[in-house]
Design a protein around this ligand. Structure first.
Ligand code: ADP
Ligand code: MG
Length: 258
Protein backbone atom coordinates (compact mmCIF):
# COMPACT_ATOMS: atom_id res chain seq x y z
CA UNK A 1 0.00 0.00 0.00
CA UNK A 2 1.34 3.37 -1.01
CA UNK A 3 2.03 6.08 1.52
CA UNK A 4 0.39 9.26 0.28
CA UNK A 5 1.88 12.64 1.21
CA UNK A 6 0.38 16.02 0.34
CA UNK A 7 2.96 18.80 0.00
CA UNK A 8 0.94 21.80 1.11
CA UNK A 9 1.19 25.39 2.29
CA UNK A 10 -1.24 28.05 1.11
CA UNK A 11 1.65 30.49 0.72
CA UNK A 12 3.16 30.64 -2.74
CA UNK A 13 6.88 30.41 -3.36
CA UNK A 14 7.79 28.47 -0.22
CA UNK A 15 9.25 25.47 -2.07
CA UNK A 16 6.26 23.12 -2.43
CA UNK A 17 6.85 22.20 -6.04
CA UNK A 18 10.63 22.05 -5.67
CA UNK A 19 10.18 19.74 -2.70
CA UNK A 20 7.52 17.55 -4.34
CA UNK A 21 9.53 17.02 -7.54
CA UNK A 22 12.87 16.47 -5.84
CA UNK A 23 11.45 14.28 -3.10
CA UNK A 24 9.77 12.12 -5.74
CA UNK A 25 13.05 11.82 -7.66
CA UNK A 26 15.05 11.10 -4.50
CA UNK A 27 12.65 8.42 -3.26
CA UNK A 28 12.74 6.88 -6.74
CA UNK A 29 16.57 6.93 -6.61
CA UNK A 30 16.37 4.67 -3.55
CA UNK A 31 14.32 2.20 -5.60
CA UNK A 32 10.94 3.19 -4.22
CA UNK A 33 8.05 3.07 -6.69
CA UNK A 34 6.80 6.65 -6.87
CA UNK A 35 3.86 8.55 -8.35
CA UNK A 36 4.04 12.35 -8.37
CA UNK A 37 0.62 14.00 -8.64
CA UNK A 38 0.50 17.57 -9.92
CA UNK A 39 -2.55 19.24 -8.39
CA UNK A 40 -1.63 22.84 -9.22
CA UNK A 41 -3.16 24.48 -12.34
CA UNK A 42 0.21 26.20 -12.85
CA UNK A 43 1.61 22.79 -13.85
CA UNK A 44 5.06 23.61 -12.47
CA UNK A 45 5.71 20.07 -11.25
CA UNK A 46 4.68 18.77 -14.67
CA UNK A 47 7.11 21.07 -16.48
CA UNK A 48 9.76 20.33 -13.85
CA UNK A 49 9.61 16.67 -14.88
CA UNK A 50 10.15 17.55 -18.54
CA UNK A 51 6.51 17.18 -19.61
CA UNK A 52 4.89 19.90 -21.75
CA UNK A 53 1.78 20.98 -19.86
CA UNK A 54 0.28 22.42 -23.06
CA UNK A 55 0.33 19.04 -24.79
CA UNK A 56 -1.49 16.84 -22.26
CA UNK A 57 -4.10 14.41 -23.54
CA UNK A 58 -5.24 13.53 -20.05
CA UNK A 59 -4.37 15.09 -16.73
CA UNK A 60 -5.36 15.30 -13.09
CA UNK A 61 -8.30 17.47 -14.25
CA UNK A 62 -10.01 14.54 -16.02
CA UNK A 63 -9.19 12.28 -13.07
CA UNK A 64 -10.89 14.62 -10.58
CA UNK A 65 -13.91 14.97 -12.85
CA UNK A 66 -14.17 11.19 -13.20
CA UNK A 67 -13.52 11.31 -16.95
CA UNK A 68 -10.24 9.36 -16.80
CA UNK A 69 -8.55 6.92 -14.44
CA UNK A 70 -5.10 7.47 -12.95
CA UNK A 71 -3.92 4.53 -15.02
CA UNK A 72 -5.03 6.34 -18.19
CA UNK A 73 -3.64 9.74 -17.28
CA UNK A 74 -0.28 8.95 -15.65
CA UNK A 75 2.95 8.80 -17.60
CA UNK A 76 6.48 7.63 -16.86
CA UNK A 77 9.02 10.48 -16.68
CA UNK A 78 12.82 10.79 -16.72
CA UNK A 79 13.43 7.47 -18.43
CA UNK A 80 10.95 5.70 -16.22
CA UNK A 81 12.43 6.92 -12.92
CA UNK A 82 8.91 7.54 -11.61
CA UNK A 83 5.35 8.20 -12.79
CA UNK A 84 3.65 11.59 -13.09
CA UNK A 85 -0.03 12.46 -13.07
CA UNK A 86 0.35 15.81 -14.88
CA UNK A 87 -1.67 19.03 -14.68
CA UNK A 88 -2.27 22.30 -16.48
CA UNK A 89 -4.69 25.23 -16.45
CA UNK A 90 -7.65 22.93 -17.06
CA UNK A 91 -7.52 22.16 -13.34
CA UNK A 92 -8.95 25.60 -12.57
CA UNK A 93 -12.10 24.61 -14.43
CA UNK A 94 -12.17 21.29 -12.58
CA UNK A 95 -12.02 23.11 -9.28
CA UNK A 96 -15.04 25.22 -10.22
CA UNK A 97 -16.94 22.21 -11.56
CA UNK A 98 -16.27 20.24 -8.38
CA UNK A 99 -17.84 22.92 -6.21
CA UNK A 100 -21.33 21.65 -6.82
CA UNK A 101 -20.48 17.96 -7.08
CA UNK A 102 -21.17 15.06 -4.72
CA UNK A 103 -18.30 13.89 -2.52
CA UNK A 104 -16.28 16.62 -4.16
CA UNK A 105 -13.40 16.46 -1.68
CA UNK A 106 -13.02 12.68 -2.03
CA UNK A 107 -12.39 12.47 -5.76
CA UNK A 108 -8.62 12.10 -5.59
CA UNK A 109 -8.80 9.57 -2.76
CA UNK A 110 -11.19 7.41 -4.79
CA UNK A 111 -9.02 7.64 -7.90
CA UNK A 112 -5.77 6.82 -6.08
CA UNK A 113 -7.28 3.80 -4.30
CA UNK A 114 -7.13 1.93 -7.59
CA UNK A 115 -3.35 2.39 -7.95
CA UNK A 116 -2.35 1.96 -4.29
CA UNK A 117 -0.65 -1.33 -5.05
CA UNK A 118 1.48 0.13 -7.85
CA UNK A 119 3.50 2.44 -5.61
CA UNK A 120 5.42 2.76 -2.36
CA UNK A 121 4.94 6.54 -2.26
CA UNK A 122 2.51 8.98 -3.83
CA UNK A 123 3.55 12.63 -3.51
CA UNK A 124 0.93 15.31 -4.26
CA UNK A 125 2.02 18.86 -5.15
CA UNK A 126 -0.71 21.28 -3.99
CA UNK A 127 -1.61 24.76 -5.26
CA UNK A 128 -0.88 27.84 -3.10
CA UNK A 129 -4.38 27.98 -1.61
CA UNK A 130 -6.58 26.05 0.81
CA UNK A 131 -9.07 25.31 -1.98
CA UNK A 132 -10.93 22.20 -3.16
CA UNK A 133 -7.79 20.87 -4.85
CA UNK A 134 -5.75 21.05 -1.66
CA UNK A 135 -8.68 19.54 0.26
CA UNK A 136 -8.71 16.63 -2.21
CA UNK A 137 -5.00 16.08 -1.56
CA UNK A 138 -5.45 16.16 2.22
CA UNK A 139 -8.43 13.82 2.15
CA UNK A 140 -6.41 11.33 0.07
CA UNK A 141 -3.23 11.63 2.14
CA UNK A 142 -2.00 10.08 5.37
CA UNK A 143 0.53 12.85 5.92
CA UNK A 144 1.03 16.51 5.08
CA UNK A 145 4.52 17.80 4.35
CA UNK A 146 4.66 21.55 5.02
CA UNK A 147 7.54 23.39 3.35
CA UNK A 148 8.38 26.67 5.08
CA UNK A 149 10.83 29.45 4.51
CA UNK A 150 12.40 30.61 7.75
CA UNK A 151 11.41 34.26 7.43
CA UNK A 152 9.46 36.76 9.44
CA UNK A 153 6.01 36.02 8.08
CA UNK A 154 6.53 32.27 7.78
CA UNK A 155 4.48 31.35 10.84
CA UNK A 156 1.60 33.53 9.74
CA UNK A 157 -0.95 31.32 8.02
CA UNK A 158 0.41 28.17 9.62
CA UNK A 159 -2.44 28.08 12.13
CA UNK A 160 -5.02 28.22 9.30
CA UNK A 161 -3.25 25.27 7.69
CA UNK A 162 -3.14 23.35 10.97
CA UNK A 163 -6.86 24.11 11.56
CA UNK A 164 -7.71 22.76 8.11
CA UNK A 165 -5.73 19.59 8.77
CA UNK A 166 -7.57 19.16 12.08
CA UNK A 167 -10.98 19.66 10.47
CA UNK A 168 -10.23 17.03 7.85
CA UNK A 169 -8.96 14.66 10.55
CA UNK A 170 -12.16 15.19 12.55
CA UNK A 171 -14.39 14.50 9.56
CA UNK A 172 -13.44 12.49 6.47
CA UNK A 173 -9.83 11.44 7.13
CA UNK A 174 -9.17 10.46 10.76
CA UNK A 175 -5.69 9.10 9.92
CA UNK A 176 -4.36 12.42 8.62
CA UNK A 177 -1.32 13.85 10.39
CA UNK A 178 1.41 16.40 9.85
CA UNK A 179 4.13 14.24 8.33
CA UNK A 180 6.71 16.94 8.78
CA UNK A 181 7.60 20.62 8.58
CA UNK A 182 10.40 21.20 6.09
CA UNK A 183 12.69 24.20 6.32
CA UNK A 184 13.42 25.32 2.76
CA UNK A 185 15.69 27.87 1.05
CA UNK A 186 17.66 28.07 4.26
CA UNK A 187 20.45 30.64 4.39
CA UNK A 188 22.49 30.39 7.61
CA UNK A 189 24.01 33.82 6.98
CA UNK A 190 20.64 35.38 7.72
CA UNK A 191 20.26 35.77 11.48
CA UNK A 192 16.50 35.81 11.26
CA UNK A 193 16.49 32.43 9.51
CA UNK A 194 18.23 30.87 12.53
CA UNK A 195 15.79 32.52 14.90
CA UNK A 196 12.68 31.41 13.03
CA UNK A 197 14.16 27.93 12.62
CA UNK A 198 14.72 27.70 16.38
CA UNK A 199 11.16 28.92 17.02
CA UNK A 200 9.79 26.25 14.72
CA UNK A 201 11.67 23.48 16.53
CA UNK A 202 10.61 24.86 19.92
CA UNK A 203 6.98 24.98 18.81
CA UNK A 204 6.67 21.81 16.75
CA UNK A 205 9.51 19.63 18.11
CA UNK A 206 9.74 16.25 16.40
CA UNK A 207 7.39 17.39 13.64
CA UNK A 208 10.22 19.48 12.14
CA UNK A 209 12.45 17.44 9.84
CA UNK A 210 16.11 17.29 10.84
CA UNK A 211 16.97 17.77 7.19
CA UNK A 212 17.17 21.43 6.17
CA UNK A 213 17.03 22.39 2.49
CA UNK A 214 19.65 25.08 1.77
CA UNK A 215 19.19 27.90 -0.69
CA UNK A 216 20.96 26.45 -3.70
CA UNK A 217 20.99 27.86 -7.21
CA UNK A 218 21.04 24.37 -8.78
CA UNK A 219 17.57 23.73 -7.32
CA UNK A 220 16.29 26.89 -9.01
CA UNK A 221 18.01 26.10 -12.33
CA UNK A 222 16.96 22.47 -12.71
CA UNK A 223 13.27 23.15 -13.65
CA UNK A 224 14.33 25.19 -16.69
CA UNK A 225 15.93 21.97 -17.97
CA UNK A 226 12.76 20.02 -17.17
CA UNK A 227 14.46 17.83 -14.60
CA UNK A 228 14.80 17.26 -10.86
CA UNK A 229 18.16 18.43 -9.48
CA UNK A 230 19.32 14.84 -9.01
CA UNK A 231 19.36 14.37 -12.79
CA UNK A 232 20.92 17.81 -13.36
CA UNK A 233 23.70 18.12 -10.77
CA UNK A 234 23.67 15.18 -8.43
CA UNK A 235 26.65 16.45 -6.40
CA UNK A 236 24.98 19.79 -5.62
CA UNK A 237 24.02 20.69 -2.07
CA UNK A 238 20.39 20.81 -3.16
CA UNK A 239 20.48 17.26 -4.50
CA UNK A 240 22.22 15.99 -1.35
CA UNK A 241 19.61 17.70 0.83
CA UNK A 242 16.63 16.11 -0.91
CA UNK A 243 18.33 12.69 -0.81
CA UNK A 244 18.79 13.21 2.93
CA UNK A 245 15.11 14.13 3.23
CA UNK A 246 14.09 10.95 1.40
CA UNK A 247 16.30 8.98 3.81
CA UNK A 248 14.72 10.65 6.81
CA UNK A 249 11.21 9.94 5.50
CA UNK A 250 12.08 6.29 4.83
CA UNK A 251 13.52 5.89 8.33
CA UNK A 252 10.41 7.47 9.87
CA UNK A 253 8.19 5.15 7.85
CA UNK A 254 10.19 2.14 9.02
CA UNK A 255 10.00 3.33 12.63
CA UNK A 256 6.21 3.65 12.38
CA UNK A 257 5.90 0.21 10.79
CA UNK A 258 8.15 -1.47 13.41
P1 ADP B 1 5.86 26.85 -4.46
O1 ADP B 1 5.57 25.58 -5.19
O2 ADP B 1 5.62 26.73 -2.97
O3 ADP B 1 5.17 28.03 -5.04
P2 ADP B 1 8.49 26.64 -5.65
O4 ADP B 1 9.00 25.29 -5.31
O5 ADP B 1 7.96 26.85 -7.01
O6 ADP B 1 7.45 27.13 -4.56
O7 ADP B 1 9.69 27.66 -5.36
C1 ADP B 1 9.57 29.05 -5.61
C2 ADP B 1 10.83 29.56 -6.31
O8 ADP B 1 11.96 29.38 -5.47
C3 ADP B 1 11.13 28.79 -7.58
O9 ADP B 1 11.68 29.69 -8.52
C4 ADP B 1 12.18 27.78 -7.16
O10 ADP B 1 13.05 27.42 -8.22
C5 ADP B 1 12.94 28.53 -6.08
N1 ADP B 1 13.45 27.62 -5.04
C6 ADP B 1 12.77 26.72 -4.33
N2 ADP B 1 13.54 26.10 -3.42
C7 ADP B 1 14.78 26.63 -3.58
C8 ADP B 1 16.05 26.43 -2.92
N3 ADP B 1 16.18 25.56 -1.92
N4 ADP B 1 17.10 27.17 -3.33
C9 ADP B 1 16.97 28.08 -4.32
N5 ADP B 1 15.83 28.32 -4.97
C10 ADP B 1 14.73 27.62 -4.61
MG1 MG C 1 4.18 25.23 -6.72
Amino acid sequence: MAKIFAVANQKGGVGKTTSAVNLAASLAATRQRVLLVDLDPQGNATMGCGVDKHALERSSCEVLLGEATVTDARQPVLDGAFDLLPANGDLTAAEVELMGAMLKEQRLRGALEKVHGDYDFIVVDCPPSLNMLTLNAMVAAEGVIIPMQCEYYALEGLSALMDTIEQIRDSVNPGLRVEGILRTMFDPRVNLADEVSAQLVEHFGQQVYNTVIPRNVRLAEAPSFGTPVLHYDKASRGAMAYLALAGEILRRADAVAA
